[in-house]
Design a protein around this ligand. Structure first.
Ligand code: NAD
Ligand code: IPM
Ligand code: MN
Length: 365
């Protein structure tokens, strides 16, 4: 198939991990006979430096007409002065809102070979398979802001419609998994959380085959560490989802491993690793490209409907994590390129094996 993919490398390690993920997608295109075109655009600090805007109009327009968008990361110390008139992160928020991608899927699995790197005991990690569904275009991120010299406010606002659509997405996804949804809020304190809980509870009646449980976010932060295997789909509001998923990434062994897919109503999606621009290691070519590469796998699955290709990338990543080489965050000394090459070698190996299989089938038939 033909597909148009916009890439937004951004800042810090963003360009390093995005280049690795694009190389993997190119390898997929070769092996499976697809024609992927890549259109690189500016976002974040790089866009501010070049144009004064964190999300140039042309970049947003290109994203809106693409089949999918693959993003690295935005931000960094250069653009972090609290008095700066514009910040890289505004570009990312504008992109999420502009594309209407309200459901941010952040899957967490722990590769057995990496369990020793987790701060939890290995036996606690057995069977951990959580899909976080983070609301992405509402809440405190998008509410009205005020600022004077001695006070500031960020309004947290949710409408019933905003909660309904992300809740439905979570229940639909649970139907493809273990049929359990945990909704996380702070309903003992926040009015938005009471609206959230009431709405999720009502939507649940349309999904009698899915069980629903509610957890308060403070308690959930603890439960993720004490019984991470108890969760299937976890749905929550924007800020809680941001915080809980960085915590969850630590269970997997590194923040550099987790991917995400941000989806709205159509098939077009935004795909990005959950980590940031990692200024402490940027430019050294040691960033782990696995989060970005698994995001590319989610792109194949959710925007291009290429399930076999998505699984091939996930299997290749799994094989690379089984044998190494490992990047620095995983205790090794491999470069970003070494890890990319290991994933591509595993893809090649599987493709050769399946070509031989099909050739064998033809010979038999
Ligand atoms: P960060 O995620 O950039 O880094 C946190 C820690 O994790 C650092 O020690 C970093 O080296 C490590 N890390 C992150 N990604 C890694 C990778 N792929 N391989 C190996 N190690 C990795 O978070 P931060 O330092 O708090 O934020 C830095 C900047 O990134 C900020 O400007 C922030 O706003 C931005 N940010 C952007 C995104 C995004 O673009 N989606 C996400 C988070 C943070
Ligand atoms: C993420 C990041 C972003 C967020 C920032 C950079 C705006 O932390 O994608 O998790 O908070 O959503
Ligand atoms: Mn985050």
């Amino acid at each position: 198939m033909k597909a148009r993919i916009v890439t937004l490398p951004g800042d810090g390690v963003g360009p390093e991990v995005t280049a690795a993920a694009v190389a993997v997608l190119q390898s997929v295109a070769t092996h499976f006979g697809h024609d992927f075109s890549f259109d690189e655009r500016l976002i974040g600090g790089a866009a501010i430096d070049a144009t004064g805007e964190p999300l140039p109009k042309a970049a947003l327009a290109a994203c809106k007409s693409a089949d999918a968008v693959l993003l690295g990361a935005v931000g960094g110390p250069k653009w972090s002065d609290p008095s700066a008139p514009v910040r890289p992160e505004q570009g990312l928020l504008g992109l999420r809102a502009g594309l209407g991608v309200y459901a941010n899927l952040r899957p967490l699995k722990v590769h057995p070979a990496l369990a020793p790197l987790s701060p939890l005991k290995s036996e606690k990690l057995h069977g951990v398979d959580v899909l976080f569904v983070r609301e992405l275009t509402g809440g405190a991120y998008f509410g009205a802001k005020t600022k004077t010299t001695d006070a500031a406010t960020d309004e947290c606002r949710y409408t019933v419609a905003e909660v309904e659509r992300v809740a439905r997405r979570a229940f639909e996804l649970a139907r493809t998994r273990r049929h359990h949804v945990t909704s996380v809020d702070k309903a003992n304190v926040l009015e938005t959380s009471r609206l959230w809980r009431r709405t999720v509870t009502r939507i649940a009646t349309d999904y009698p085959d899915v069980t629903l449980e509610h957890q308060l976010v403070d308690s959930m932060a603890m439960l993720l560490l004490t019984r991470p295997d108890a969760y299937d789909v976890v749905v929550t509001e924007n800020l809680f989802g941001d915080i809980l998923t960085d915590e969850a990434a630590a269970l997997a062994g590194s923040l550099g491993l987790l991917p995400s897919a941000s989806l709205g109503e159509g098939t077009r999606g935004l795909y990005e690793p959950i980590h940031g621009s990692a200024p402490d290691i940027a430019g050294q070519h040691v960033a782990n490209p696995i989060g970005a590469t698994l995001s590319a796998a989610l792109l194949l699955r959710h925007s291009l409907q290429l399930e076999a290709e998505a699984q091939a990338v996930e299997a290749a990543v799994s094989e690379a994590l089984q044998h190494g080489p490992y990047s620095r965050d995983l205790g090794g000394d491999a470069s970003t390129g070494n890890v990319r090459d290991a994933v591509i070698a595993a893809l090649d190996h599987h493709a050769v094996a399946s070509d031989a299989f099909f050739t064998g089938m033809r010979a038999c038939g």
